[in-house]
Design a protein around this ligand. Structure first.
Ligand code: BES
Ligand code: ZN
Length: 459
């Protein structure tokens, strides 16, 4: 192990340069004009995996390809079955817009102090790259890996992972494993490494309100016809009350309440409300009454408007009544809410509230189930040990507010749980301008990964 850890230390500057090469691909899955760059990123990753000694392939799907890379399997078949872990990550990234808010271009990686700025730096290229480099250290120092590993790196995570579940079903035998290991979450700070044991689910939809058959002169017609933008705003405004409670009948029916024990554990996580408010740039926090901000953003369901569109958005003014208005909504869900059922109750409620002066259509987007696995099993304990030795501090147990829908498919299709060992810091700005990744988190993450295989294999 000394050789492996020394290799990681000695080669860190090269690893950072390689990560920068990876980050130069604008692999934005949401935007079709980036399709060829999405492919190019996947191809680069396959080549890179091969160069470090992995058996890597670009595997086509109906959508973006999946990169599958395996550690060489030892020739001597030992009597006991070797453990096999699946490392999941995603090479696709969120759109970089608005570009003018970036201090440097999103796909020209820039290092400032110990931070590496680029779209995808922490979400998720930097995080799965740390695992790749740990495996490289084993392979290049001829140190025997105590278990078999398969990297599965997809290109559609940021748009709902549509092609990955069918891929898992098709390749169920090849991908059979003891657990998945995923670094795509966060840590409170470098002194609090974390094992995340729960994520929220998600239910996305697009609500459109249709008014007149075309944009109208707002002076000539205004007053005699409903305005779809106003009608939509009024509808949406009724979905949440002033206490932050969602008012849709049946929305909370399946929510499992937080236990007193969990609330106590969550309260242990370092949190400074004033600093958080300042970091967000808001005059005051807002959240569901009766819950702490930490609970509100990780363990309670929410409604968000992600985008709101109607009428004239260009320079100057244009006096019209727009023909339509639309909103992209997402609901974050907690155990044991089901995205399909949430879609149903929301659609029913919106249709009931919709005034007869406009017409409403609701389209379903992607969805993902919430996930929770008690962090008490032997694999979780092994992961906690590797966190402790890599970071030199006691790890915390986290629930997180984001979603990784494929995790519940791993459970359903492969029958395994996920060990979520995130490396992103709270100010890493995923999905925002000036996304970054901490090079200290990268270094510690590589060590954690190297130690993890020893710990997991000995369980
Ligand atoms: N890495 C995030 C998920 C995440 C972030 C989990 C922070 C926990 C803490 C992932 O890349 C992501 O953004 N997922 C999407 C999923 C959606 C598009 C279905 C999300 O949460 O919005
Ligand atoms: Zn993301």
């Amino acid at each position: 192990m000394q050789n492996v850890l020394a290799y990681l230390g000695e080669n860190e500057p090269r690893f950072v340069r390689e990560l920068c090469d990876y980050l130069r691909f604008p692999s934005v899955s949401a935007q079709s004009h980036h399709r060829s760059e999405v492919e190019a990123a996947a191809r680069w990753l396959v080549d890179h995996c091969q160069s470090i000694g992995l058996d890597a392939q670009l595997r086509p799907t109906d959508g973006n390809p999946v990169v599958v890379a395996q550690t060489p399997r030892p020739a001597s078949a030992s009597s006991h079955r070797r453990r096999h872990f699946l490392l999941y990550g995603h090479y696709d990234v969120q759109p970089a817009e608005p570009l003018d808010l970036w201090k440097s271009p999103p796909f020209e990686p820039r290092i400032e102090g110990r931070s590496l700025f680029a779209r995808g730096a922490c979400d998720n290229k930097g995080q799965h790259f740390a695992h790749l480099k740990a495996v490289e250290a084993y392979l290049k120092t001829n140190t025997e890996l105590p278990c078999d590993l398969t990297f599965v790196v997809e290109g559609e995570e940021e748009v709902g992972s549509k092609s990955l579940a069918p891929f898992l079903r098709k390749n169920r035998n090849e991908l059979r494993c003891d657990a998945t290991v995923i670094s795509d979450t966060g840590i409170p700070d470098l002194k609090h490494p974390a094992l995340t044991y729960a994520l929220r689910g998600i239910c996305a939809m697009e609500v459109k309100v249709h008014g007149p058959s075309r944009d109208l002169h707002s002076g000539i017609c205004g007053g005699s016809v409903d305005n779809p933008a106003l009608a939509l705003c009024q509808l949406l405004a009724r979905l949440r009350d002033k206490n932050g409670r969602i008012t849709i009948p049946g929305f909370y029916d399946d929510v499992i309440p937080l236990s007193a024990y969990e609330r106590k554990q969550l309260a242990r996580i370092p949190f400074n409300e004033a600093a958080y408010r300042k970091f967000l740039g808001v005059p005051k926090l807002f959240g569901e009454r009766g819950y702490t901000p930490q609970e509100q953003r990780t363990a309670r369901p929410t409604i968000e408007i992600n985008g709101l569109t109607s009428g004239y958005q260009g320079e100057g003014s244009k006096t019209i009544i727009p023909a339509w208005a639309s909103a992209k909504l997402t609901f974050r869900l907690v155990p044991n809410q089901k995205p399909q059922r949430i879609h149903k109750v929301v659609a029913k409620h919106l249709k009931r509230l919709c005034p007869p002066t406009v017409r409403i259509t609701i389209e379903g987007g992607h969805g993902g189930e919430p996930y929770l696995v008690p962090p008490t099993g032997p694999l979780a304990q092994a992961a906690l040990r590797s966190l402790k030795s890599a970071f030199g501090c006691e790890p915390v147990l986290l629930r997180e507010g984001g979603s990784i829908p494929i995790i519940s498919d791993f459970k359903k299709i492969l029958g395994v749980d996920a060990l979520m060992l995130g490396l992103a810091l709270p100010d890493d700005n995923p999905h925002s301008p000036n996304e970054k990744f901490s090079l200290d988190a990268f270094a510690k993450g590589m060590r954690m990964s190297a130690l993890l295989w020893q710990e997991l294999a000995s369980t």
